[in-house]
Design a protein around this ligand. Structure first.
Ligand code: FE2
Ligand code: FE2
Length: 235
């Protein structure tokens, strides 16, 4: 079943045909290479990165939802402040699909840590999604948005407003998430001498905030709270 937050975002796409195509791919994010079917981790439990950002269960959904909210804020800015035109349908569809095959390149081991699959040694998530979007006959404008989402480091730079928005929102969210995670990891190590395994962004934001408001004492208190919460979830 498709995660409700992803479904709600897909429902914002007004163009029926595009919405249906996006939903189909999100509900069944699989592809075939040499007759072999690949699927990977389910979208709702997958991370969206292995080390720098959203590298915890559920990170994929958080990344897509946050990137969409940043992208829609940029659409508002384009329309309301600059009186420019932007296609929201394409922007939302681009955000929803930009990393759709990342989970297909991740594997989870028994101790819960993530690694990349054998497939990922041969092909990256961007090449996978571009080829599948072309195979499924998605509009060229959407193929462009997705293929340009890595900006200067991808196969093509953004050439449309929608592609630029998708790239910037993606970058902004991954930086925001990654930097808060690394700040929280640093604060945790400094406060208690060890790291907290599998830190989520919600926990990381709490740790960083507690340092700003209550100093090191606040960090230690927040860490205790997080540990207690985790224990409670175990039982
Ligand atoms: Fe990506
Ligand atoms: Fe992304």
């Amino acid at each position: 079943m498709l995660h409700l937050k992803l479904k709600a975002l897909a429902n914002k796409i007004r163009d029926k045909k595009l919405r249906k195509k996006v939903m189909e791919l999100m509900e069944n994010p699989t592809f075939e290479i040499n007759g072999k079917q690949y699927s990977g981790l389910p979208l709702d439990v997958s991370p969206a990165g292995l080390s720098h950002h959203h590298c915890y269960p559920g990170g994929y959904v958080e990344h897509v939802v946050s990137t969409a909210s940043l992208a829609l804020a940029m659409c508002n800015s384009v329309e309301k402040v600059y009186h420019g035109k932007v296609n929201r349908d394409l922007t939302i569809a681009g955000v929803l699909l930009h990393d759709i095959f990342k989970p297909a390149t991740y594997a989870v081991s028994e101790n819960g840590s993530y690694s990349s699959t054998r497939l990922a040694d041969y092909i990256d998530h961007l090449s996978l999604v571009i080829s599948e979007l072309v195979r499924r006959d998605f509009p060229l404008e959407l193929v462009h948005i997705v293929s340009a989402h890595h900006g200067d480091y991808g196969p093509i730079r953004p050439h449309t407003v929608e592609a630029l928005i998708c790239h910037l929102a993606d970058l902004m969210d991954s930086r925001l998430n990654g930097q808060v995670l690394s700040a929280a990891t640093y604060l945790t190590r400094k406060a208690v001498g060890e790291e907290l395994r599998g830190l989520t962004s919600k926990e990381a934001f709490e740790i960083v905030y507690s340092k700003a408001v209550e100093g090191w004492k606040g960090v230690a208190k927040t860490l205790e709270k997080i540990k207690r919460k985790r224990e409670m979830h175990k039982t």
